[in-house]
Write a protein of this length. Structure first.
Length: 257
């Protein structure tokens, strides 16, 4: 089964029932875990986030396999995950589900077969969850479990989207964090107060977008579009005396799935 489309969806398990009144497309995958019992080893990673607590994501996170990561475009997106107790009732926690945020990439391992250690090898759809997140839906000793997953709206964020400017002259690398709504970002634009025209930035890696223009000494505005098409603009967010390494919190936030 690839996916299940329903308007009132219930997933029936050997040990329980999970229901939702929202339209959904449940799909099948597998899940493992990493990062230790406190998830301390899940910090940073291929999406570009630093401390997942201060960046607004906590420990309910996961690294995605190549088939789902989409070259970083999945970063920041949120998924609802439940353990498939119809297949492994002994390992699933009855009636439990969790909403995770994508913060990392689970690389393939070509030295191991896909069904025995190479869990993130293409074309497998796989979630390598933080250990606390995994233990919310399954028992630690399971190691790996079959799951159902679907894209959902992220949890409500405290405050607006944050923009961290790194890089150097003629190379502004902007990291976006604390993103709500659908969570993942499709496009970012920047406008300097002197140039006064919008320039679409290029995804460099994860949720880092870059501009090759000289923007020093200008106040900066940003426009951001989510993967769902919701667009928000933060006018004159960054003052003209900005410095590399600084983070600026906007008053804009996404709200739609």
């Amino acid at each position: 089964m690839g996916s299940l489309f329903v308007s009132f969806s219930c997933i029936l398990f050997f040990l329980g029932v999970f229901c939702s009144t929202l339209s959904a497309a449940w799909q099948e995958a597998h899940a493992t875990f990493y990062g230790g019992s406190d998830a301390s080893e899940t910090m940073q990673g291929a999406c570009g986030y630093g401390n997942l607590y201060s960046d607004g994501y906590g420990v309910k996170t996961a690294a995605l396999s190549t088939a789902l990561f989409n070259d970083g475009k999945a970063c920041g997106g949120c998924y609802q995950i439940v353990c498939d107790a119809g297949k492994v009732p002994q390992w699933c926690r009855k009636g439990k589900h969790i909403r995770i945020t994508v913060t990392n990439f689970c690389p393939p391992n070509d030295t191991l077969p896909s069904d025995n250690g190479g869990w993130c090898n293409p074309p497998r759809k796989h979630f390598d969850m933080s250990q606390p997140a995994f233990e919310r839906i399954a028992i630690y000793e399971a190691g790996i479990v079959p799951i159902f997953y679907r894209k959902v709206k992220c949890s409500q964020k405290s405050g607006g989207i944050r923009f961290t400017i790194n890089g150097h002259d003629y190379f502004q690398l902007v990291l976006l964090t604390n993103v709500g709504g659908v969570g993942d970002i499709s496009n970012v634009w920047v406008k300097g107060s002197k140039t006064n025209e919008w320039e679409e930035m290029t995804r460099n890696w994860g949720v880092n977008f870059h501009s090759l223009k000289y923007l020093n000494g200008q106040s900066l505005s940003f426009r951001v579009r989510s993967s769902s098409g919701e667009t928000k603009t933060a006018e004159d967010l960054v003052p003209s005396n900005w410095q590399f390494g600084q983070t600026y919190t906007s008053n804009i936030q996404f709200s739609k799935l």
